[in-house]
Design a binder for this molecule. Structure first.
Ligand code: HEM
Length: 227
């Protein structure tokens, strides 16, 4: 495997882990949250440098349904990343508290809440869009399972996605995205691992939905081509 591909995988795994930890906010400590926020922004920039071919071609070529969906997600993620950083700088009380940008805290709080939860969902959908590529890479390291094994894995994935629906309702992800909850609720009695497991299931749900949705889009494109 090429060094650049390995670096891409490391950066993508790093961003996924950091995103999950960021969603725990106070449960991992305020200062740790801020440093992780700065870290994910750094990886986001590296991710774009490594995938710069895609950005260079944004205004070139034909837009298929798949490409339109991919571009909408990319623009959404860019907006949420800018939103998280802009509001993070204003709200910071540790890592960036020395910066003289302090005004508009109430607005920054709302921007941070919206950017965090929309960003979480959009990044999970983005991950699902490229799931086939990741599975292709995984095949290089592990033997391809039998047909029965594949169905078992699909069943497990569907079960986790199903639990993700329950977890997203329990954790009120939709209410945060619609700004119906103005303050994030964190239960300090709850072990961190339970919180992370639920958010992983919510992430898996959106990865699952996006994976099958993009498969559907690719199928439509293929059918249109053969007509
Ligand atoms: C992609 C990056 C980030 C994500 C996903 C994220 C996520 C979150 C979440 C889920 C919360 C709790 C809900 C809320 O109060 O909004 C939160 C709060 C907070 N985050 Fe972030 N964050 C990110 C980046 C940052 C950065 C870079 C900083 C500062 C350097 C920061 C500072 C804060 C602060 C100060 C709060 C508490 C806000 C308040 O007082 O209401 N975050 N973040």
């Amino acid at each position: 495997m090429k060094r650049k591909t390995i670096l891409k995988i490391v950066v993508d795994i790093g961003m996924t882990v950091m995103l999950l930890l960021l969603m725990t906010y106070e449960l991992i400590g305020e200062a740790a949250h801020e440093w992780l926020g700065i870290g994910i922004f750094g990886l986001f920039i590296i991710h774009h440098i490594l995938n710069r071919k895609w950005s260079r071609c944004v205004f070139k070529g034909k837009y298929t349904l798949f490409r339109i969906w991919q571009t909408i997600l990319a623009i959404g993620i860019l907006l949420t990343m800018i939103g998280s950083m802009y509001s993070g700088v204003i709200l910071s009380e540790h890592a960036l508290s020395f910066l003289p940008i302090k005004g508009g805290r109430a607005f920054a709080r709302e921007v941070h809440m919206l950017s965090a939860y929309w960003g979480f969902v959009l990044m999970s959908l983005h991950l699902g869009l490229h799931w086939s590529i990741m599975m292709g890479m995984a095949k290089r390291f592990v033997k391809e399972p039998s047909t029965a094994g594949k169905w078992l894995l699909r069943g497990i994935a569907a079960f986790i996605a199903g639990y993700g629906v329950y977890a997203s309702i329990q954790r009120e992800i939709g209410r945060y995205m619609l700004l119906e909850n103005h303050f994030a609720f964190f239960d300090f009695e709850e072990p961190l691992i339970f919180f992370l497991a639920d958010y992983m299931a919510v992430m898996a749900l959106f990865v699952w939905v996006s994976h099958y949705f993009s498969k559907g889009l690719r199928y439509i494109i293929q059918i249109r081509k053969t007509k």
